[in-house]
Design a protein. Structure first.
Length: 258
């Protein structure tokens, strides 16, 4: 059985069809999924999904793209993370991709929010879900400065080079592959997927985005994570069942799920 380590079932594309989404998960041998928070106002919807369905768990956090929203603080994140269905802090991190101008001058608010999440993850003893886009150097620097290795976690939807992956691995983080690894122009990422130690590898959909081949361009959903696993099996010379078992074990270990 597979696990989708990162999805957004509360987003409008999927929220109205949860029963059907869960049924298609079962059909594709996807046993469990992690519903990831992107804002505090939307967090109750994420938590409600995890409370209503025993094969769903959730996180609490504020995405770096959420500029005009309720700002998190450490006590709030730690309190919310104390719920038994919450297994992680995030997603959090840095995203300079759409910044018009100098990110160093304009994105201090992102960096400070990232630090808050790392401190909360350490205090709550929860794994950290890290989003980084066009900001790898600053992401790694802040992880080191804040002692993120004490919390651990995952570099989700990884799209960086092997050098970035190796630095994250050195901090004790897992590397999660999404449907991007199936895209025709993703050879650099496939090289990373071949090199990540098997005991530090996760798979995800990031649904409703980034549907893997053969569903590219369609709404993504957790059942499609099987296709990510099958691509990794091909790249690593393993049977899909082996990748399913390995990444499932890694998921439970990364997120401290008993």
């Amino acid at each position: 059985m597979y696990v989708d380590s990162h999805c957004h079932l509360d987003f409008p594309e999927l929220a109205g069809q949860i029963d059907a989404v869960l049924a298609r998960m079962r059909d594709n041998r996807v046993d469990r999924a992690l519903c990831v928070s992107v804002s505090l106002p939307a967090f109750p919807n994420v938590l409600a999904l995890a409370e209503a369905h025993p094969n769903l768990v959730a996180s609490v956090g504020v995405h770096p793209d959420q500029e005009n929203t309720v700002e998190p603080d450490v006590p709030t994140l730690v309190r919310l993370a104390g719920h038994p269905r919450i297994v992680a802090i995030g997603e959090t991190g840095l995203d300079y991709y759409r910044v018009e101008g100098d990110p160093q001058a304009l994105c201090e608010w992102q960096r400070e929010r990232f630090r808050v999440h790392i401190r909360a993850a350490r205090a709550a003893d929860k794994a950290l879900i890290v989003h980084t886009r066009a900001a790898a150097e600053d992401t790694l620097r802040i992880l080191r400065e804040e002692g993120a290795e004490q919390a651990g976690g995952v570099m989700h939807c990884f799209t960086e080079t092997w050098e970035v992956a190796r630095a994250a691995l050195d901090l004790g983080f897992y590397i999660s592959m999404s449907g991007i690894v199936t895209f025709r122009n993703a050879e650099v990422l496939r090289d990373v997927a071949r090199r990540v130690p098997l005991d530090r590898l996760l798979i995800e959909t990031d649904a409703p985005y980034l549907a893997p081949v053969p569903f590219r361009g369609k709404t993504n959903e957790p059942g499609f994570v099987r296709h990510v696993g099958e691509k990794l099996a091909e790249l690593r010379g393993l049977a899909p069942e082996q990748i399913a078992a390995i990444t499932t074990q890694n998921f439970f270990r990364c997120f401290r799920i008993l």
